[in-house]
Design a protein around this ligand. Structure first.
Ligand code: PGA
Length: 256
């Protein structure tokens, strides 16, 4: 058997959510760049829109990549408050989160919106990280697997073969985000296997094997290693623990 883990990228993304001004973001990013040890994991930070440009300057020339937390699917026009994929690419982003649970639940993004966002990100030459995950009610009702299968399917079915080569998925159970309640390594691995098998069904075994699947939800320095040990866990999407260099770097270094 080939070592399948080694054929996929390992990715760690710090999602700063609605935290950090430009100056605060520069301070954090500068410290991450200075102290990050080279390793096999690709490391990215996702500041709020207003901090993207200054953080892009702070990480220029380093191995740290710039990610955006969201995007609007149109290229330009009368869409007050929105930011387009070409604008994010021009600001230095190479990765964009789409469908984060806070976008789904606080802002009402549906599967169709998320599919359009993923396409816009790909069209602008960046990589979408499609976030999926069930709520506690859905899990308790036994529906967790169906929820993530349908969230994955809704986006991936609309992508071409080539577009699928640039896809990343993040499994983020809603009940684990910001709650301090992490999925156990076994639960995370089981759900990542479900996602990989639905990728295989929708897009074929090649896409399924190639696509990095990240875990997110109360990842901390002391649980990152155990979660990453899952054969289908290819990286981490980190919220709260990405807001301080110490805790974020511990997690990045746990990823190798
Ligand atoms: P958390 O957030 O690490 O604070 O739980 C994860 C995320 O929402 O990306």
């Amino acid at each position: 058997m080939p070592d399948q883990e080694s054929t996929r990228r390992t990715v760690v993304i710090g999602n700063w959510k609605m935290h950090k001004t430009g100056a605060e973001g520069v301070a954090l990013a500068t410290e991450i760049v200075a102290r990050l040890r080279p390793g096999r994991a690709e490391v990215a930070v996702a500041p709020p829109f207003t901090a993207l440009a200054p953080v892009a300057d702070a990480i220029r020339g380093s191995s740290v990549a710039l990610a955006a937390q969201d995007v609007f699917h149109e290229r330009e026009g009368a869409f007050t408050g929105a930011v387009s994929a070409p604008m994010l690419a021009a600001a230095g982003c190479s990765i964009v989160l789409v469908g984060h649970s806070e976008r789904r639940h606080v802002f009402g993004d549906g599967d169709e919106d998320i599919g359009r966002k993923a396409l816009a990100v790909l069209d602008a030459g960046m990589r979408p990280v499609v976030c999926v995950g069930e709520t506690l009610e859905q899990r308790d009702a036994g529906g967790a697997e169906n929820v993530v299968r349908s969230q994955v399917g809704a986006v991936v079915a609309g992508l071409s073969e080539t577009q699928r080569t640039r896809l990343t998925v993040a499994y983020e159970p809603v009940w684990a985000i910001g709650t301090g309640r992490t999925a156990t390594p076994d639960t995370a691995e089981a759900m990542h296997r479900v996602i990989r098998s639905s990728l295989a069904t929708i897009a074929g075994p090649g896409t399924a094997e190639r696509t990095p699947i990240l875990y997110g939800g109360s990842v901390k320095g002391d649980n990152a290693g155990a979660i990453l040990a899952g054969a289908n866990v290819d990286g981490l999407l980190v919220g709260g623990a990405s807001l301080r260099a110490d805790s974020f770097l511990t997690i990045c270094h746990a990823a190798g």
